[in-house]
Design a protein around this ligand. Structure first.
Ligand code: PLP
Length: 457
């Protein structure tokens, strides 16, 4: 468990020698190509062990994990109950396929997810990463319309949001809407219908906060009323667009999109890879607007952030269209070697148990209040344009001009400078453009939360 005040439990293992530390750093630069990282300027940061919310580097520095090891850690690292579940599973079987068979533990997890997720009589398809859960969702939707009666095979396009992020595979980048990721791969991506990003901080010219909801839903409805014939599904992140920089949707936007999807007979796919599993204060973000998607994508926190596993949940109505004789060829033409891996499934079940036994959602909501109160002082700083928070998901956007919301020149890397300072103070954060992101493990203690805030200017 997380230790108050920040010390790791005494480690009796031998510390690494200076030679070993230097060697690992050199090898990290020479052999290891890091994602979303400029290797020419990368400075090795290598973790040797972790416990609770604390990471320990190979040279013995202790760092508070302020971004949950990229938004996935839930109960802290090295948790005895999750460790025990994985070890117990390891003593039986590490991996079997889900193609035509299953591990008992994966069956158990499918049932648990179906019981807790706000999807009607959900059937659970497993993958290993969030991007792949989105890929599966897209293909489920397209194949569904071909096999439903009456068939509507022309429904094979998607309506998506500006600045959306759904992962880095080509299909998930196609439904994504972050120009930086799109430009490089133009021509390899499929075209989507795209609504304006339902941003509540940077509103379109002439649109007031009060009118924003109507404006954004109106834009979506114009596309749907004209093109629903060819649209398989609306694909969106509910409530918060994480990778876009913690962009908060106007309240009611999700419920409005659900109504529109139903009205125009398109499926609703919700990507809760980032916001699922308690991050926003409810188990699933869509519960906050009482919305049930037709298809739900889960990843990151599913295994408590321990092991790679992701899931695509489809309602029974969607699933039904895939039934038939083997030769009818209606089965879902998609599958991953390591989907539903038993070790990851065991970690996921243990993680779900901990939500109950630790009353984690109540803890998240208490901590979110504490965090909101302590962030107030930052709002006064001249460079803080906006502090956006849902549960334990925070974006602090830095701007050159508070009034006009004019961004800093890109080369200034302001948010990165905040994160570098935090690192010097023992807290690991990772920015998104000009946005400083705070995403601590959900189990973070009040004292640790205070340390996190104290690392900021
Ligand atoms: C992280 C993320 C993904 C991609 O998940 P990976 O496991 O990195 O492939 C997809 N959607 C959202 C909303 C995410 O935040």
């Amino acid at each position: 468990m997380a230790l108050e005040g920040g010390a790791l439990a005494t480690d009796t293992r031998t510390p690494l020698s200076p030679e070993r530390i230097a060697e690992l750093a050199a090898w990290d630069l020479r052999y290891h190509w890091h994602g979303f990282t400029q290797m020419a300027t990368y400075e090795p940061l290598i973790i040797h062990r972790a416990e609770g919310c604390w990471l320990e580097t190979i040279d013995g520095r202790r760092l508070l994990d302020g971004c949950s090891s990229l938004w996935c850690n839930v109960h802290g690292h090295n948790h005895p109950q999750i460790n025990a579940a994985v070890v117990e599973q390891l003593s039986r079987v590490a991996h079997v396929t889900t193609l035509g068979m299953a591990a008992d533990v994966t069956v158990e997890l499918a049932r648990r997810l179906s019981q807790i997720a706000p999807v009607s009589d959900a059937h659970v398809f497993f993958a290993s990463d969030g991007a792949c859960s989105v890929e599966a969702a897209l293909k489920i939707c397209v194949q569904y319309w071909q096999q439903r009666s009456p068939a509507q095979p022309q429904k094979r396009r998607f309506l998506t949001l500006g600045e959306a992020y759904h992962g880095d595979t080509l299909g998930s980048v196609s439904v994504g809407g972050i120009p930086l990721f799109h430009q490089r791969f133009g021509g390899m991506l499929f075209e989507c219908f795209r609504c304006p990003c339902p941003d509540t901080y940077r509103l379109p010219e002439g649109v007031t906060s009060e009118a924003a909801l109507e404006y954004y839903l109106g834009a979506a409805e114009r596309i749907l009323s004209e093109h629903a014939e060819e649209i398989a599904a609306v694909v969106m992140e509910p409530l918060v667009q994480g990778a876009a920089g913690m962009i908060m949707h106007p309240p009611g936007f999700l419920a409005g999109m659900r109504r529109l999807a139903t009205k125009y007979d398109v499926l609703l796919v919700l990507d809760e890879v980032a916001v699922g599993f308690g991050r926003t204060g409810t188990m699933f973000a869509c519960e906050q607007e009482s919305v049930e998607p037709d298809v739900l994508c889960l990843g990151k926190g599913l295994s408590g952030g321990y092991l790679p596993i992701a899931a695509t949940l489809a309602s029974h109505a969607v699933f039904e269209g895939f039934a038939g004789s083997i030769t009818a060829g209606r089965q879902f033409y998609h599958g991953h070697t390591f989907g539903g891996n038993p070790l990851a499934a065991a970690a996921a079940l243990a993680s779900l148990d901990l939500f109950g036994s630790n009353q984690l959602l109540a803890h998240v909501n208490r901590q979110a209040e504490r965090l909101a109160a302590s962030l107030e002082r930052l709002a006064e700083l001249p460079e803080v344009g906006s502090i956006r928070q849902r549960g334990l998901m925070v974006g602090i956007e830095l701007v050159q001009d508070k009034e006009t919301r004019q961004p800093f020149p890109r080369e200034e890397l302001r948010a990165a400078a905040w994160c570098r300072r935090a690192l010097e103070r023992g807290v690991w954060l990772r920015p998104l453009g000009d946005v400083v992101v705070l995403m601590p493990p959900l189990a973070i203690s009040p004292a640790e939360l205070d340390l996190l805030i104290a690392s900021l200017p």
